[in-house]
Structure formats: C-alpha cells, structure tokens
Design a protein around this ligand. Sequence first.
Ligand code: UD1
Length: 344
Amino acid sequence: MKKIIVTGGCGYIGSHTAIELIENDFEVVIFDDLSNSSEKTLERIEKITGVRPIFEKIDLKDERATEFAFDRYKDAFAVIHFAALKAVGDSIEKPLEYYQNNLYSFLNTLMCQHKLGIHKFIFSSSATVYGNPDVLPITEENKTQRPFSPYGNTKKIAEEILDDFTKSNPNFAAISLRYFNPIGAHESGNIGELPNGTPNNLMPYITQTAAGVRKKLMVFGNDYPTKDGTPIRDYIHVVDLAKAHVKALERLLNQDQEQPLEIYNLGTGNGFSVLDVIQSFDRVSNTKLNYEITGRRDGDVPKLYAATNLALEKLGWKAEKGLDEMIDSSWRWEQKYRNNKNDI
Ligand code: UD1
C-alpha cells in the first residue's frame, strides 16, 4: 500500500480527501495541529471508510518537531499539504500570524520531505491568486495578481516558492491545485465543514442561519455588474475536489507529469450568483432563508469561474455534482451535526 502524508488532514478539504485516498487503497498518515479541527474527525473517517488514519498531532511551524514526525514516515511517497489558516478577514487583521503559520509550515514540510527523498508534493492553492481577472472563464495560463488578503498572498507566495524549488530540483514533482469555492459535505452526512466561530464563507453562513445559529445572512452587495447584481462564483462539491487529489496523486505516481510544477484549476466551470445559491438553498431545504442585502465586502471580485479543460485533459478529472446536490449535502451535514453533536 502506498503511504501518503496528508497535512491538515482533519480539516474540511483534508478530511474529505483522506476518505477518497483510503477508498483508493492509499495508506493515509495525517499531520495536524488541530488548531482549527478536531481529533473526532478521525473517528468520522473511520466510520465512513472502516479505516482509522494514522495520526500525528504536530505543529508544522516547529521545524524540529516536523523533522521528527517526517522521520517516522520516511517510507511515504508523497505529501498533500492542506495545513494552513484560511480566514480571509482574520488574515487582514493578523497578517504576520498568517505569513508565519502558512509559510513556515509550508517550508518546513517541503524541506523535511526533500531531505528524506520524498519527492512528490501536492499543494492546496486557491483561485484567489487570479485576483480580479478581465477574461472568464479563467485559464491556468492567466497571469496571477497579488491577492487582496494576506491569506491569499500566502497561496501565491507558496506557488512561487514551489516554482523556484522545482526548477532547481527537477526530480521533485509538484502539483498545485487552485480551488474555486468548495462547498458541500460527504453524502453520509458524517463529515463536513465545521468552521470555528463565525463563518467567513457563504455556505456555512447560510446553513448556520437556517439552523438558527445565526440570525440572518448579510448579502454583501447587489450592485455588481452581474445578472442580479450579486457576485458570481464557481462552487464545487468538496467530494469532487477530493477526488481530484487522487487523480493528481496518480499522475505523480505514474510519473506522467510534463513539468516539475503543474498547476490545475479545480472548479465546475459554472458560475452562480449569491442569490442563485440562496434560491437553491430554499428549494432543497424547503425553507425560506432570512437574508438582507447590505454593502459590498472589501476584496470581493464581481465574477470568478474556472476554465476546466486542463484538469480534464491531464488529470482525467471533471466535477460531477451540481449546485443543488452540493447545497443539499451541506444542509444535511449541518442538521445532522446540530442534532447529534456527540455521535458523529
Ligand atoms: C474566499 C476567499 C478565497 C478563499 C475562499 C475559501 C478572497 C477574495 N476570497 O472566496 O481566497 O479561498 O474564500 O473558501 O479572499 N457572501 C455574502 N455573505 C456572507 C459571505 C459571503 O454575501 O456572509 C458572498 C461574498 O460576497 C461572495 C460569495 O458570497 O460573493 C462567496 O463568498 P465566500 O464563500 O466568502 O468565498 P470567496 O470570497 O469567493
């Protein structure tokens, strides 16, 4: 069985990816400091797959601790690096904390695996590196722009570091996956997004509002140049996203990559407005979401959706789930979690 280290594997995207990896017969070792996740995730993964991943509680900012941890798994063949702080607003308030956390852990991970000869790496990047593009759908060839937030900038900087590093070490193979807007939850309803505190992102805010945890959703602006004035995004089901990681890993494993660093968009190619999402939510939940239009949020771009051909051509991957299915799974997860906190 191929052993794979998944940093941040207890988090939202990491845990869904761990499930897909286990279901594809990889042996998963999770490194996570649990700063924004729970060890209970391991039980949830086990409940779904029948396998409990190996787990190391480790702070990847700590170089020595990271070295020790890697040393125990030097037979791993690749690393998927999810571990990072991700709250956009928080990163604007605490930029140094974000740069320190996201970049130290990224560098320590790369250095430790490189030292041990683990030469394959998948990076969890974001469509935020495109900034506010002129041409849509956005292809991977488009120039990146400095992201609005320090969080986003850590993704851009990490990609640049990877570019330099793979150029000087051509036997090191890396794939950077640029996520558009991941939402949804595993179909079992046993695992999903669990933000700490007030959610920043649209979907958990909607489901928490409907569950009565928040009073109402504030829709940030309806004066954008879009069909209904609200921003357009490319929402993608987290399980589709997780499957793309398995495809990327297989590409690395089969040594199919054509460049030492390859970059892929992970989106559906379809754009939906905030009001589309609310309408879909009302439809699938059979409720009426309480929302109010307010002013724009700093840093939001009017429209962003992916060109998806490259991932299809090179990874053989394409998102399969539609918006209603994504939203239905988010809502089922939220309800199950609220009704049954201790048992899932
Ligand atoms: C944001 C980040 C992106 C990050 C992603 C992680 C930016 C510009 N974007 O994407 O880097 O990878 O989260 O999931 O830094 N909205 C509301 N009310 C809310 C919350 C959101 O109206 O309470 C709207 C937003 O204005 C936006 C849409 O919903 O139009 C989606 O917002 P969100 O889920 O936060 O994602 P992004 O901002 O696209």
